[in-house]
Design a protein around this ligand. Structure first.
Ligand code: NAI
Length: 335
């Protein structure tokens, strides 16, 4: 029997976690032979609700769950963790400007970065789900100078899964028969879903079957605004699909993507001319617990302009929180 690994989940009493926790506990993230200890983190006002969630986890009698602890602060909740699923974030309230939202979350993720830096296992892998995910991830990483920036990711896997699901449906193939689809940039309506390198069943190029007008005028805005479309129909934001994406992301990062292309919001190393030091979604493959950006993809003029636009948005988000970033940073160490 393997030793249990410690997994922290923030926002553990929220909607996404209500799907995510039960999937992790069932072994869907790290495998059916990997015991887990769940360290659930919430804000003090949500601790009662969290207790109820923990009771339900207990009532499932999951054999892989070797412990559950509840915490109202990250310095306790992140102690010794191997994986951090950072779902909790401050939602946009009425009248709140984008800059206010960025700042409110900067405070949360700065504290969580410091906590990871101090108390997490040195090999921790942290995934930021809470929005604005890419910039939250930047703040998190910059506040954890003793951890490597590659130990942090922003979740763009939901956009990736949406891009595959909707394209598969259009082409009449199972999404698992598609590979090479990816999403570049920010988890926001500027993201660029790219199907130019997609293959069907490993060889046939999918792009020859895709109508350009449909791709640019229907598919792309649909992926970019899918979150809003879900809210419009369901009256609530994506929860089960977000939980599945978080699970897929961490599963592949930890155990490998089997050669498949996956989209991950990772620290830019300047690949494809993207500014260094921002968390930008790139096409990656995962193996042996780490990821590699797929290099050498040909990007046409349309793609380049789409990639630039989403990069510019991330740079403007970074500028809005720059005053909150510590001076001595992981980025400056890297350069
Ligand atoms: P929710 O509002 O149901 O739950 C959020 C939970 O986080 C609440 O229980 C709240 O008390 C908790 N929380 C807030 N601040 C916290 C802190 N500092 N520490 C610990 N917990 C904290 O929201 P839901 O639906 O679960 O979504 C969570 C986040 O995920 C949102 O920011 C949402 O925008 C984002 N999201 C991201 C997606 C992505 O693809 N990256 C997709 C869907 C949602």
């Amino acid at each position: 029997m393997k030793q249990p690994v410690r997994i922290a989940v923030t926002g553990a009493a929220g909607n996404i976690s209500y799907s995510l926790l039960f999937k992790i506990a069932a072994g869907e993230m790290l495998g059916a032979d990997q015991p887990v200890i769940l360290q659930l983190v919430e804000i003090p006002q949500a601790m009662d609700k969290l207790r109820g969630v923990a009771m339900e986890l207990e009532d499932c009698a999951f054999p892989l769950v070797h412990g559950i602890s509840l915490h109202d602060n990250p310095f306790d909740g992140f102690r010794g963790i191997h994986y951090a699923m950072l779902v909790g974030a401050r939602p946009r309230s009425k009248g709140m400007e984008r800059a206010d939202l960025l700042e409110a979350n900067a405070v949360i993720f700065a504290e969580q970065g410091k906590a990871l830096n101090e108390v997490a296992n040195r090999d921790v892998k942290a995934l930021v789900v809470g929005n604005p995910a890419n910039t939250n991830c930047l703040i998190l990483s910059r506040n954890a100078p003793n951890l490597d920036p590659s130990q942090f990711c922003a979740m763009t896997r939901l956009d990736h899964n949406r891009a595959k699901g909707i394209l598969g449906n259009k082409l009449g193939v199972n999404p698992s028969d598609l590979d090479g689809v990816c999403v570049w940039g920010n988890h926001s309506p500027t993201m660029y879903p790219d199907v130019h390198h997609a293959t069907v069943l490993g060889e046939e190029s999918a792009i020859s079957q895709i109508d350009e007008k449909w791709y640019k005028e229907d598919y792309t805005p649909r992926i970019q605004k899918r979150g809003a479309e879900i809210i419009e129909w369901r009256g609530l934001s994506s929860a089960a699909s977000a939980a599945q994406a978080a699970l897929d992301h961490m599963h592949d990062w930890a155990l490998g993507s089997n050669g498949e292309v996956v989209s991950m919001g990772i620290i830019s190393d300047g690949s494809y001319g993207v500014a260094k030091g921002i968390y930008y979604s790139f096409p990656c493959v995962c193996e042996f617990g780490s990821y590699q950006i797929i290099q050498g993809l040909e990007i046409n003029e349309y793609g380049q302009s789409m990639m630039k636009k989403t990069e510019e948005e991330l740079l403007s988000e970074k500028a809005a929180v720059d005053h909150l970033l510590p001076a001595e940073t992981a980025e400056s160490r890297e350069n």
